[in-house]
Design a protein around this ligand. Structure first.
Ligand code: MG
Ligand code: MG
Length: 250
């Protein structure tokens, strides 16, 4: 069931969203060669707790970290580790959620470590742009779920990349993952009609190579099947009278 939020609930989601977005910034400031993903995760947890919130991911289905931190060919769900160091030229995906006032925020971004290749930068840029295309599609009245996925997929494939199929965006609110499903691929004009009060996490996962992914033996980390680089960009978005609002953008 889709839980439509009233304006007060969306206001509360803005608080969770702001803390989530700030936690991403806290992580971004730490990114440099030699830092471990555990150090970044610890800071994220400290920041979220200092704000009076809880890290949404910590303990979620048994996940051991406060953030998912995924490097290079790792697509999503990387487990923070004291043995995992960032290296010059890596691209690192930070995915964070914060829970406060009964609501979750959910956001992710991809950052370069030091100097990265032009190809890696282009992948990051196209991924973010595909999200922006999805937002533009939402500004059209009576948009449908398929318009989001179609906007993302069209931009990504035009640039020679592929959209991950196996993992998708989702509703967000009282629960970290709610209805509806929000695929990053699809047919324009198809699917659920989007209405005011819906809150969804739009999160293109874009591979430089083929779209296939596989899960690692740790039971969490998802990597590209062909070993190509992958980028991720996500915001929690509220659909309102005034159009889409990016709840996790700070
Ligand atoms: Mg996320
Ligand atoms: Mg999400």
């Amino acid at each position: 069931m889709i839980q439509v939020k009233n304006p007060d609930q969306i206001k509360a989601m803005r608080v969770a969203g702001r803390i989530t977005g700030e936690a991403i910034l806290v992580a971004q400031e730490m990114i440099r060669e030699g830092v471990t993903t555990k150090q970044i995760d610890d800071r994220i947890r400290q920041y979220i707790e200092k704000c009076g919130a809880k890290p949404s991911f910590l303990g979620y289905a048994g996940f051991p970290g406060s953030a998912c931190i995924s490097i290079n060919d790792e697509v999503i769900h990387g487990i923070p580790s004291a043995k995992r160091y960032l290296h010059e030229g890596d691209i690192v995906k930070i995915d964070v959620g914060a829970y406060i006032g009964g609501f979750h925020g959910d956001s992710a971004n991809t950052f370069g470590v030091g100097k990265i290749s032009d190809d890696a930068q282009r992948l990051i840029d196209v991924t973010r742009q595909s999200f922006e295309m999805a937002i533009r599609a939402l500004e059209v009245p009576n948009a449908r779920i398929g318009d989001i996925g179609n906007a993302i997929q069209t931009h990504v494939e035009k640039n020679g990349y592929s959209v991950v199929r196996q993992y998708i965006g989702h509703g967000v609110g009282h629960e970290l993952h709610e209805q509806p499903d929000v695929p990053n691929f699809g047919i324009a004009g198809r699917g659920l009609r989007l209405t005011k009060g819906m809150t969804i996490a739009i999160e293109p996962m874009v591979n430089a190579g083929a779209y296939q992914v596989r899960q690692c033996a740790d039971g969490w980390t998802v990597v590209t099947a062909d070993g190509s680089l992958s980028a991720h960009y996500e915001h929690s978005v509220a659909l309102t009278e005034e159009g889409p609002i990016l709840l996790t953008k700070v």
